[in-house]
Design a protein around this ligand. Structure first.
Ligand code: TMP
Length: 207
């Protein structure tokens, strides 16, 4: 049994991640590929509890170090109990956000040191890295307008435009650093065009 593939989706708020994550999940299922769909922070009972704490905007002010550690605590649970077992049994894993989000939000948004994030990434993940990351990118204003239509903002969505500009810049930097793994797709184009690009970038993994 060969190991499954690990695919992550990334992007700022309101770039259409959920629609496209679901699209890939159904695309793989239609090809009879065993696949699970999961998300971060979250994906296990404990990690979902941590997600609730992290997104709660009525929370006491969360120290940025605490935020970073909670993200990686959730990730450690998720990897150990969901992601690794699935990949080991040959299932593909599609994850709505992963560690590139930490580089973008805690690194770019909160201005935390990249070397600190790298240290935690190595501690929690060992050699685990996604096989493919699809980064959906849109101007911040467009994304926030779309996110605004979904309902009340959570703790992250309530951040300033400058925060999201920094998140976007950090995501684009990740794409420059990892051009093999991260495929950058402009999110403000027709959904059918986005999905055709996604099918094209998936095809090398399907061979
Ligand atoms: P979302 O997945 O529904 O967009 O919500 C998750 C929020 O958590 C989103 O605003 C980004 C944020 N986040 C981080 O700040 N760091 C991380 O490592 C992850 C996975 C998410």
């Amino acid at each position: 049994m060969s190991r499954g593939k690990f695919i992550t989706f990334e992007g700022g708020e309101g770039v259409g991640k959920t629609t496209n994550v679901t699209f890939v999940f159904e695309y793989l299922q239609a090809r009879k590929i065993p696949v699970i769909l999961t998300r971060e922070p979250g994906g296990t009972k404990l990690a979902e509890k941590l997600r609730t704490l992290l997104l709660d905007k009525k929370s006491e002010a969360i120290a940025e170090e605490a935020e970073l550690l909670l993200m990686f605590a959730a990730r450690a649970q998720h990897i150990k109990h969901v992601i690794e077992p699935a990949l080991a049994r040959g299932d593909w894993v599609i994850c709505d956000r992963f560690t590139d989000a930490t580089y973008a939000y805690q690194g770019g948004g909160r201005n935390m040191k990249i070397s600190t994030i790298e240290g935690l990434e190595n501690l929690v993940q060992g050699s685990l890295r996604p096989d493919l990351t699809i980064l959906l990118d849109a101007p911040v204003k467009i994304g926030m307008e779309r996110a605004g239509k979904r309902g009340e903002f959570d703790r992250f969505e309530s951040e300033t435009m400058q925060f999201f500009e920094n998140v976007r810049r950090a995501y684009l930097l990740q794409a420059e650093i990892h051009p093999q793994r991260i495929k950058l797709i402009k999110a403000n184009q027709q959904l059918t065009d986005i999905q055709q690009i996604i099918i094209n970038v998936l095809s090398p993994l399907l061979r």
